[in-house]
Design a binder for this molecule. Structure first.
Ligand code: NAD
Length: 400
């Protein structure tokens, strides 16, 4: 079939297999260009391995450190005339390209919150790798099925006060006002249940219990603090409460991880266009402004630049007891985003964005391009008029 982007609201319902592979190829090229991570991990489990930060981490581990990787994700294969989800195509491409270079790569497709998937992952580690040296938790999920079957949903709402802001329609570039009522206590608690640290702790407990974490194992989870202008909807909102819970979980994991001389860290990453970020109200305005400023400073990064910097310049510099951490024990990769120069410029422009000046004062075009590329569209060397087979097979150790 000939595949074109089909966008409804902030959702693109199609994705392009050749473009998704191109995206993975470019990420691999970046990692190779940055060079070998000498002290990097050799056996890595990534939970949430098919999207923005998780996929980039997997690519950094495999192609920077030569690591064997196991990826856990929740993706949709192509059914009938529907294209697969971008994460399906990208994981299939990653697996093919890793195997071509002799790297072990296996995948489990299903619900990371379930005990079944945890057990299947442990069985795979035992059978193939024995143990892992690194566990990356990078799940961004809208909902979580808790034991007993109840489905708990996360929400993106302010706390205490209503939020009024603007969002840019990805298709038409129209700026629309958004108004959100504050979350209820239940909505806050549910968001923490889905996006907080509990499932990370459950994974680590299960992996430790099964003795599949190697001596010195490192586990990481990703958080976002962001700019003062987005705090009302992000860091001071429901999702921020869930992110605070990650800091709690990292502290709580210190003791169990010490049993294998291991460590647990939260890494604060830069704001970027990913599937999860595209759903956050008001983020389009902030990221469009940010991209313009950081690109003109020469400090703009995508997920792969961030995770490669995490590996090369933060986590695996040779002495794990001498990491640069902030006052809460977190690794900071949002340093360039949060410099006063960048933030002062964002704040100065924040209330002036209009449809008339959008392309002048912001990089909405870059934001739009990143959105399309996330779905495999807009890569120069891909022929989007050509017929492609939307069915891409991927062998799975779990799920279908
Ligand atoms: P993403 O949407 O690109 O990827 C999410 C991943 O989670 C995918 O691999 C998806 O398959 C997986 N997933 C979702 N539900 C699942 C389930 N039930 N079981 C198994 N896998 C499931 O998101 P992202 O932006 O890369 O987010 C990853 C982490 O990084 C999140 O914790 C997010 O808050 C954090 N982060 C994101 C940004 C940003 O700007 N995008 C910035 C800092 C931190």
């Amino acid at each position: 079939m000939i595949i074109k982007p089909r966008i409804k609201g902030f959702l693109c319902t199609t994705s392009h297999p050749v473009g998704c592979e191109k995206d993975v190829v470019l990420q691999i090229a970046h990692v190779k260009h940055r060079g070998v991570v000498e002290h990097g991990p050799k056996r890595v489990l990534v939970i949430g391995a098919s999207g923005g930060y998780g996929l980039a981490t997997r690519i950094s581990a495999a192609f920077g450190s030569g690591a064997s990787t196991i990826g856990v994700f929740f993706e949709r294969p192509s059914v009938k005339n529907r294209t697969a989800s971008p994460g399906w195509y990208k994981s299939a491409a990653f697996t093919k390209l890793a195997e071509e270079e002799g790297l072990y790569a296996k995948n489990l497709n299903g619900d990371a919150f379930s005990e079944e998937l945890k057990a299947a992952t442990i069985a795979l580690i035992k059978a193939d790798l024995g143990q892992v040296d690194m566990v990356v938790y990078s799940v961004a999920a809208p909902a979580r099925q808790v034991p007993g079957g109840e489905l708990v949903r996360s929400t993106l709402k302010p706390i205490g006060e209503p939020f009024e802001g603007s969002t840019i329609d990805i298709n038409s570039s129209e700026i629309r006002s958004i108004a959100l009522e504050p979350a209820s206590v239940e909505e806050v608690n549910d968001t923490v249940k889905v996006m907080g640290g509990e499932d990370w702790e459950l994974w680590i407990a299960a992996l430790l219990e099964a003795n599949v974490l190697a001596e010195g194992c490192i586990t990481t989870n990703y958080t976002y603090l962001g700019s003062e202008v987005t705090w009302p909807i992000y860091y001071h909102g429901t999702i921020g409460k869930a992110k605070e819970d990650l800091d709690r979980a990292a502290l709580a994991l210190r003791e169990p991880m010490a049993s294998v001389n291991g460590h647990a860290y939260v890494a604060v990453m830069k704001g970027l266009m990913t599937q999860a970020a595209s759903a956050i109200p008001g983020m389009s305005v902030y990221l469009s402004l940010l991209f313009k400023i950081m690109k003109s400073n020469g400090t703009h990064e995508g997920c792969i630049e961030q995770t490669t910097r995490l590996f090369l310049e933060r986590l695996f510099t040779g002495d794990i007891n001498d990491l640069a951490l902030d006052e809460k024990g977190r690794i900071r990769l949002d340093d360039w985003e949060l410099t006063p120069e960048v933030q002062d410029q964002v704040k100065a422009l924040w209330h002036t964005v209009s449809e008339e000046n959008l392309n002048e004062i912001s990089d909405f075009a870059g934001y739009q391009a990143a959105y399309l590329q996330m779905h495999g569209f807009g890569f120069g060397e891909v022929d989007y008029e050509a017929e492609v087979d939307q069915v891409v097979e991927m062998s799975l150790a779990f799920g279908d």
